[in-house]
Design a protein. Structure first.
Length: 304
């Protein structure tokens, strides 16, 4: 109850108009170098016009998108409101989160303004694949939580037990009953400067491959000696991996860090690498382990 009272005025209602009707979601106030902005999900404001932000006291003001990143489902808004309306909330690192930690989500599910739900961190390092906004690329390093997240919650803060922001809740998977997801705060902290100053973020590394998670059954079927990792099924022509990786290669490590599946791979690329950096993959090819060096590319522009 005390946490709710301390942050409720930091959470806002975001509304806009799209071609298919009204858009609605949540957001929260953050102070970047003394500048008050509102952080939310990209999918809340995608294609929306006449955006407005309404504070907990009921006062509403026009808003504009300062910057956005579909690949992280993040957007930052400027709001034409008096300074007295803004009650910034602190964002802390999400790297200390552990499975089982209590978390709190505050937002506006189904327009029910200022609703609070609680739960625990169910998993970390998940990925969400989103076709419409992110072109099928993985939104990486997602926090999974048992706190109920429903349409309208999107863009609201996920708080730790101290009432600090550790994520941005997202209801992008509308059929995920009993599961909530959040963009980790580390992603916000990494991108916020570029989103505000440049209008976007272009630091997403790109391997130029498609693949699938390995399993015991697949290893038996393919007669390979490894049951974990990420198996290459397609190499993009003229991409960073063209001529370096082959269909059938199984990536089991990146720079010495074990890769069990796509969650591990996408999260490592997002957290630990940047475009143009050198990356050493450990690959199982024809049941032999071999290192493969690759210069990472930059993801192509997202769909409009």
């Amino acid at each position: 109850a005390n946490i709710y009272e301390s942050v409720r005025d930091s959470v806002v209602l975001i509304q806009g108009t799209t071609r298919s009707g009204e858009a609605q979601g949540s957001g929260f106030v953050y102070s970047y170098s003394g500048r008050n902005v509102v952080i939310t999900n990209y999918h809340v404001v995608h294609g929306a016009t006449s955006l407005s932000v309404t504070f907990s006291n009921g006062n509403g003001y026009p808003a504009q998108v300062l910057g956005s990143d579909p690949y992280a489902d993040l957007a930052v808004l400027s709001v034409n409101a008096p300074d007295s309306e803004f009650k910034p909330i602190e964002i802390v690192s999400s790297s200390t989160l552990r499975v089982g930690d209590p978390v709190i989500a505050i937002g506006n599910p189904y327009g029910l303004v200022g609703s609070l739900t609680t739960g625990v961190v169910s998993a970390i390092g998940r990925t969400i694949t989103e076709e419409e906004y992110a072109g099928g690329f993985a939104i990486a390093n997602i926090i999974q939580t048992s706190a109920p997240i429903n349409p309208g919650n999107s863009g609201g803060p996920l708080l730790n037990a101290a009432g600090k922001v550790v994520g941005v809740t997202t209801a992008i998977l509308s059929d995920s009953q009993g599961l909530g997801f959040a963009i980790p705060s580390n992603t916000i902290l990494r991108e916020i400067s570029s989103l505000i100053l440049n209008g976007g973020y272009d630091g997403h590394s790109y391997l130029g491959v498609k693949g699938q998670d390995m399993s015991y059954a697949m290893a038996q079927e393919l007669s390979v000696n490894v049951t974990y990792g990420w198996r290459i099924v397609e190499v993009t022509k003229d991409g960073p991996s063209d001529g370096r990786l082959q269909v059938g290669d199984i990536i089991i490590a990146m720079n010495g860090t074990s890769i069990r599946n796509n969650d591990d791979l996408a999260s490592y690329l997002e957290e630990k690498t940047l475009p143009s950096e050198h990356l050493t993959l450990t690959v199982v090819r024809a049941n032999a382990t071999t290192p493969v060096d690759i210069v990472l590319g930059k993801r192509p522009p997202p769909p409009i």
